[in-house]
Design a protein around this ligand. Structure first.
Ligand code: NDP
Length: 338
């Protein structure tokens, strides 16, 4: 069983050498002292920005840090190869939190979702039909409460979450602008995902000026993925009673000291509602989300781009790539072919 382990807690920008590969042998059966467990063969593993936060020694985080010397964990799509749990059978396809390894023993599989619809790519269950999709759906519809005709800004807009938020905004009749870090990504936003406008934030000398150009009358909804300077510029451009969904702040995850935000008083002057949320609080409504989004994918009303890396050995580089914007679309790793 090949595994990727965390070497030690990470400070600053993560490096490939913060993780290492180890080979162990395992029996392809749930051990007798593990009732209600499943052994899975991992097929796809997901690289997600929150995993960087688990590489730091935890201080008030909402999820426990990784343990140095133990396998990295994260979302994955897997096949059950042996089960002692009454709800799971050999051959079931599932998604949930698994290990960065070929086979994982899952001792509490109750948090896993069984995959019922296999007429879409299986990898979608760690993308548009999994955690990032649910983040976009509940974050946009429940936290932002969009109305037809409103103006929406999405940062990290071509990524796993952002590309879906933009398409939901268009389906809701909103005007939507996205920011991303390369020309290729900006082109995708406009030509593939149907954003009304998009810009490369790395080429804008003044983000406030750029936002004013795209939002002459201000922003109703900001779907926040990056934080830092972008948040500061957005605050200056929000409309009265605008909403900000604080989904994530990736620009801060590798900093030893988070940057200060200077324009927070805009929350008061403009009566803005800024709300943080965590997708796992919404998982009880997963089936409702699936009922809405699955048909939209099948009817071609919504599209999804993945950045697929081959092989467990390549997973550390793929994860680190999220923080330099190397990924184009949802970053995932193929560990085994079904
Ligand atoms: P992405 O697929 O968008 O990958 C990360 C992207 O972030 C990169 O490709 C890069 O794109 C951009 N980025 C990296 N570093 C910086 C930086 N310093 N400044 C600005 N942009 C940067 O990731 P996801 O869509 O999976 O995640 C997006 C956000 O959503 C993250 O903040 C994540 O933590 C959050 N999240 C929150 C959840 C929740 O429950 N609240 C659940 C899931 C995700 P570019 O080239 O455009 O710079």
């Amino acid at each position: 069983n090949k595994q990727i382990l965390l070497k030690d807690y990470v400070i600053g920008f993560p490096k490939e050498s913060d993780m290492f590969l180890k080979k162990t042998t395992i029996k392809l059966k749930v051990p007798e002292d593990s009732p209600n467990s499943i052994l899975v063969k991992n097929i796809y593993l997901s690289c997600d920005p929150y995993m960087r936060n688990l590489m730091s020694k935890s201080e008030g985080s909402y999820i426990d840090s990784y343990t140095p010397g133990s396998p990295i964990t994260g979302y994955g799509v897997a096949k059950v190869v042996h089960s002692t749990h009454p709800n799971f059978n050999k051959g079931d396809l599932v998604w949930g939190i698994t290990g960065w390894e070929e086979y994982s023993l899952i001792k509490s599989p109750e948090t896993f979702f069984k995959i019922q619809h296999t007429d879409v790519p299986l990898s979608y269950y760690i993308g548009i039909l999994g955690m990032p999709g649910a983040t976009a759906y509940f974050g946009f519809y429940e936290v932002c409460s969009p109305k037809k005709g409103e103006t929406v800004f999405v940062s990290a807009a071509s990524g796993a979450v952002g590309q879906i938020v933009g398409q939901f905004a268009k389906l809701s009749g909103c005007y939507v602008v996205g920011s991303a870090g390369s020309k290729e990504k900006v082109d995708l936003l406009k030509n593939k995902f149907g954003f009304d406008e998009a810009f490369n934030y790395k080429e804008e000398p003044d983000l406030n000026v750029a936002l004013k150009m795209y939002f002459r009358d201000g922003i109703d909804i900001y779907f926040e993925n990056v934080g830092g300077k972008m948040l500061d510029a957005v605050l200056l451009n929000m409309k009265i009673r605008g909403r900000i969904a604080a989904c994530g702040m990736i620009s801060q995850y590798n900093l030893e000291q988070p940057e200060g935000v200077h324009n927070l008083f805009c929350l008061t002057t403009k009566r803005i509602r800024m709300e943080g949320f965590a997708v796992f609080d919404y998982y009880h409504n997963y089936s409702k989300f699936l009922e809405v989004v699955l048909p939209k994918i099948k009817e071609g009303k919504i599209t999804y781009i993945e950045d697929i890396t081959e092989g467990l050995e390549s997973a550390p580089a793929a994860l680190i790539g999220l923080f330099s914007g190397r990924n184009v679309g949802k970053q995932l790793v193929v560990v085994a072919h079904e």
